[in-house]
Design a protein around this ligand. Sequence first.
Ligand code: NAP
Length: 276
Amino acid sequence: MSSVQVAVVTGSNKGIGLAIVRALCKQFPGDVYLTARDPGRGQEAVAKLQGEGLHALFHQLDIDDLQSIRALRDFLKEKYGGLNVLVNNAGIAFKVHDTTPFAVQAEVTLKTNFFGTRNVCAELLPLVKPYGKVVNVSSMVSSSALRSCSQELQQKFRSDTITEDELVKLMTKFVEDTKKGVHDKEGWPNTAYGVSKIGVTVLSRIQARMLNEERKGDRILLNACCPGWVRTDMAGPKATKSPEEGAETPVYLALLPSDADGPHGQFVSEKTVRTW
Ligand code: NAP
């Protein structure tokens, strides 16, 4: 088993994820895994970095596919005995003018952004080594969507005692409410992406709390963050930041020094802790 440190970035064949891998290749003292659901696109991205003189390794990972997640888990366990840095970056968003019915958008968006990310965490968090870092890429949209929720939902999502099961039930309820056409009445905002990212931010707060309760001595730091508005296929060419600029906050959180006590369990943007 290798004693080399290892970092994994999900959805990193393009966009912010690729920029995070690029930065980690330059700054992380260990092996850096670029992962992609499509091996062809993944290997192409690795070759692109190779052309820049950077050495990333590749492993397939589709966060919608439990078998794929478990194959990566087994690989990391066997080769490295765990992992040191996990960046949950993979995500999807329907375009504003997409005419896909809202209920379908809700189901598809939540499936990847919330449930997929949660499944990766369920399989990989137990493998994270002491002093490890976990970064869940959420969005400022999670904060604006939170403010558009009913007072009752806001209270639940801001609660310091909400459990993962309760959060999963709420995310499931959102999808069901959109199918019944009652999501408005039930206090949900009109954004599937926003609700999925509320899920990611709240999940991060819960996971950090669980680490405090169950693995306090391991000093693992886990946070959610927003990369900013970034020029990628998701956000389009009018966005204000380059992918490299978008990678700055996630990379800052992934490389927090080993003697850092925080941030932990926070929502961070521009390297600054934001009020949730
Ligand atoms: P992007 O350019 O569309 O890249 C998304 C990446 O996620 C791609 O590599 C994509 O792979 C991958 N992905 C999607 N579904 C996946 C799955 N099931 N399994 C594995 N990988 C999957 O988007 P981006 O702008 O870089 O976004 C990266 C993250 O930042 C997302 O979580 C997004 O919500 C968040 N974010 C972005 C912005 C922004 O302004 N861009 C702002 C706030 C937050 P394929 O190439 O195979 O599709």
